[in-house]
Ligand binder design. Structure first.
Ligand code: GLU
Length: 309
């Protein structure tokens, strides 16, 4: 399956691209520093299998925080809503994604939602499998199903680079271990989590993931249900309330679609019942979202009335 380059999308992309100069590439994971801040690409995937693209959509990115939506779906399928939300809350935080602040303020230290790092680590902890390799293979298999692309694997370089520098994520885990939210070995969990974040794909793959969420869990071309509708809806709710870090409120006002971004510069969006979109622009704003990617989504939403509000 391929994507057709679109003149109309390209015009908007070129306009949005001007904003890349105001952003910076994430550097707290050393391997991410290598990205070109001026890159910007996008793909839109429709339920009938049509795909429109602009920019170099062959460019690969790592999932980073976008993986949190997928592990949430998997943990919900594994353990059910009650068990998952026994350990993680439903509420946005307004804090940066790896903040430890609310864990300290709440007693017992339950992370406020599954989209911040503490919550995502607790969610990954709940994914079933007899060892971390099997649990990782289950996550990867889910990505293969959602994208229809079984070639997807992970970047060993990015995983290693993050594993070696995950000081804050280790701190979050130990904090939660004290309160019994996490019971497994922290090094093993960090190893699994850094691999999940390092899964490598492109905008087209992201758009295909987006369309499955847009269609409430059904892959539209095959008609195959990949996740239950109530779980797809729950994931989309978190994408709206906390998917764009502590800029989720502004994004909901200006774009109005469920979306999740990652520090690699990727954004996966789902316009309910209409389409999936994948964007890659590694220059980030000060909250960690792709600066030009958000601009592009703003322009698209305005032009094609995507907002669900
Ligand atoms: N692997 C990153 C971390 O945990 C993901 C952060 C993100 O994309 O927001 O720090």
């Amino acid at each position: 399956m391929s994507c057709q380059s679109s003149e109309e999308l390209n015009e908007l992309l070129l306009e949005a691209k001007h904003y890349t100069k105001y952003g910076t590439v994430a550097d707290y994971i050393p391997a991410l520093k290598k990205a070109n801040p001026h890159d910007l690409s996008a793909a839109i995937y429709y339920p009938d299998g049509t795909c429109l693209s602009a920019g170099d959509i062959q460019q690969k990115m790592t999932l980073q925080s976008i993986s949190k939506v997928l592990t949430l779906a998997l943990a919900l399928m594994d353990c059910g809503e009650e068990s998952v939300f026994h350990k993680v809350g439903y509420e946005p935080t307004g804090d940066p994604f790896h903040s430890i602040l609310k864990l300290e303020l709440n007693n017992p230290s339950k992370p406020l939602n599954p989209m911040i790092n503490a919550g995502a680590l607790a969610v990954t902890h709940m994914i079933k499998g007899k060892n971390i390799e099997e649990r990782f293979q289950r996550i990867l298999h889910f990505v293969h199903e959602l994208t229809g692309n079984s070639k997807i694997t992970y970047s060993q370089e990015v995983a290693k680079s993050e594993f070696e520098t995950s000081f804050i994520n280790r701190s979050l885990c130990y904090y939660m271990k004290q309160d019994g939210i996490i019971t497994e070995d922290v090094e093993e969990l960090i190893c699994l989590y850094t691999k999940q974040c390092a899964i490598e794909l492109d905008c087209f793959d992201l758009a295909r993931i987006g369309v499955v969420f847009a269609m409430d869990g059904v892959e539209p071309m095959t008609g195959k249900r990949l996740l239950p509708a109530d779980i797809a809806r729950l994931c989309k709710t978190f994408m709206v309330t906390c998917g764009m870090y502590n800029a989720s409120g502004e994004f909901a006002s200006k774009v109005g679609i469920p979306a999740k971004s990652g520090v690699s510069g990727g954004i996966m969006g789902a316009v309910p019942n209409r389409l999936g979109i994948g964007v890659f622009g590694p220059a980030l704003d000060h909250k960690g979202n792709s600066i030009a990617g958000v601009k592009l989504l703003e322009m698209l939403s305005k032009k094609y009335s995507w907002s669900m509000f």
